[in-house]
Design a protein around this ligand. Structure first.
Ligand code: CAA
Length: 258
């Protein structure tokens, strides 16, 4: 399948999606969001893919929703078409792990899209922010919600109300970013992380991701119960037998993935 606003590649068991609208700093126009959705559909359905990387360019992961596309829209239009809901949440609903490899600007919808991923790896030049307030709107793809859960109320209020950017170091200190690497090492690191994940048992990886995400949606007691059920279910897989046998026999496990 060919795309106009993204590039899709496969490297081993890793699917790599690169946002590719350099003339607009990867602003997330409707076409890009639709193409991103179909690339994720492809990769999710592909049994040879165990993890996905979402990345942009050296200058921008994504500078937000496309302001030029939004500029003339009105309340009734965005309400009736449910603008942002459709397509945008596709990254968050992906069941396979998604690693965001972020260099340059991750602003507005770009920051929100990175936060829909499971692990954010940032280049040293990465900049995160929710500048919507400067445009006379508020974040609309989870910025007030996921950011607050990720970095707490004090920092989230600071970013959302002032529209300022935070650099990679502050983002890591705040808990938004998992790792920072030199810009030239970004894809190497993201690929190493995604390949490592993709080498594990896919059903177990799916369970682990689902269980961590449950922490955001439930009380501690419910979350623990959910985790326990999945933990028990892991013992029904061949990969549990293989993983434990390999440990005891002092060899590398050969997971079946399915
Ligand atoms: N939408 C549309 N076009 C954008 C864009 C966006 N979000 N961000 C950048 N561009 C375009 C610029 O208009 C410019 O195009 P032209 O050459 O045709 O003028 C091109 O990309 C390069 O941008 P700049 O010349 O501005 O580059 P810069 O290096 O001087 O500045 C920047 C970079 C600070 C990121 C600046 O482009 C900027 O502030 N962008 C907008 C960031 C923003 O406000 N994002 C939030 C969008 S709203 C949103 O995302 C809502 C939501 O919650 C879903």
């Amino acid at each position: 399948m060919s795309f106009a606003t993204i590039e899709l590649a496969r490297e081993g068991r890793v699917g790599i999606i690169r946002l590719n609208r350099p003339q607009a700093l990867n602003a997330l126009c409707d076409q890009l969001v639709a193409e991103l959705g179909s690339a994720l559909d492809d990769l999710e359905a592909d049994e040879n893919i165990g993890a996905i990387i979402l990345t942009g360019s050296e200058k921008a992961f994504a500078a937000g929703a496309d302001i030029k596309e939004m500029q003339s829209r009105g309340f009734v239009d965005v309400l009736v078409t449910d603008f942002i809901s459709k397509g945008w949440e596709r990254v968050a609903t992906c069941r396979k792990p998604v690693v965001a490899a972020v260099a340059g600007f991750a602003l507005g919808g770009g920051c929100e899209m990175a936060m829909m991923c499971d692990i954010i790896i940032a280049a040293e030049n990465a900049k995160f922010g929710q500048p919507e307030i400067t445009l006379g709107i508020i974040p609309g793809a989870g910025g007030t919600q996921r950011l607050t859960r990720a970095i707490g109320k004090a920092k989230a209020m600071d970013l959302v109300l002032t529209g300022r950017m935070m650099d990679a170091a502050e983002a890591e200190r705040s808990g938004l970013v998992a790792r920072i690497v030199p810009a030239e090492k970004l894809m190497e690191e993201a690929l190493a992380v995604a390949s490592r994940i993709a080498g594990f048992s896919l059903p177990i990886v799916l369970m682990a991701k689902e269980s961590v995400n449950r922490a955001f949606e439930s009380s501690l007691a419910e979350g623990i119960k959910f985790e326990r059920r999945l933990f028990h279910a892991a013992f029904a897989t061949e990969d549990q037998k293989e993983g434990m046998a390999a440990f005891v026999e002092k060899r590398k496990p050969a997971f079946r993935h399915r």
